[in-house]
Design a protein around this ligand. Sequence first.
Ligand code: G3H
Ligand code: 13P
Ligand code: ZN
Length: 306
Amino acid sequence: MLVTGSEVLVPARQGGYGVGSFNTNDLEITQAILRTADRLNAPVMVQISEGARKYAGTEDLGHLVADLASRVRVPVALHLDHGSSYASALSAMRAGFTSVMIDMSHLPFEDNVRETKRVVEAAHAMGVTVEAEIGRLGGVEEHVSVDAADAFLTDPDEAERFYQATQVDYLAIAIGTSHGAYKGKGRPFIDHARIEKVAARIPIPLVAHGSSGVPAWVVERLRAAGGEIGDAQGIADEDLSRATKHGIAKVNVDTDLRLAFTVGVREVLEAAPAEFDPRKILGPARDLMAKIVEHKMGVLGSVGRV
Ligand code: G3H
Ligand code: 13P
Ligand code: ZN
């Protein structure tokens, strides 16, 4: 069932659990997400980035997800990930997205407020809910001093002022995570105290980007199948689980699906060099991505919430 972002995220914030928001680029990824959500009775979000729109086409991919979502029992929001402009948010909504992110976090505070407000007004008029971001994501490495980290991470007072000025529906905050498979040396750090401070000031669902775990088994199998991957590092399950109990309701995951997809394809092609049936190549990749989705839903506590 296709619903807005708020319809899956508000109960999550209130219930102290997280909803996985998984990036898709094609049919197999979308099926891995939605079939698993349906089987586990878990609310879910499927998100499409600007890059995915360029690759697959906004209508082709958006309509595909919306159609599959409308035919599962669990609530699914179709979300624009890191929307880069007002026009982009509008065209996504026209294509049936039920949730959009307007990411102006690179702009000064007042500009971020102004651009976010424009999107919130248009989206609410169309029955769509909105995510914005305040603070800067990016690797805050262990050797960075607390003062330097503070400059990147979301300031709780600023978050409160931003929420009051924009009336945005859910807010991405910078808490130490970063995108991709290399989230810093050693154990990536999550600023739990900061999450709690923001959550105490604003009642809306909070969003964590860069939440892939980069599981060891995936990295090992990738290497065993001839893949090259350096000192990859993700967010620990315990950290994520703890964050969802204190205000993080939307948890963004892309990298883990990419890694699992690549393991699946590599393993088939290595074991069966004569194979050229796309279904035999992509099927195992879809199964491995479903395994990732299932694990993440367990960590986030969204299983059985529908
Ligand atoms: O936030 C980044 C997501 O992983 C999407 O990545 O822009 O390469 O599709 P992308
Ligand atoms: P990962 O790279 O950790 O999967 O994060 C994805 C993300 O935040 C998409 O917006
Ligand atoms: Zn992101």
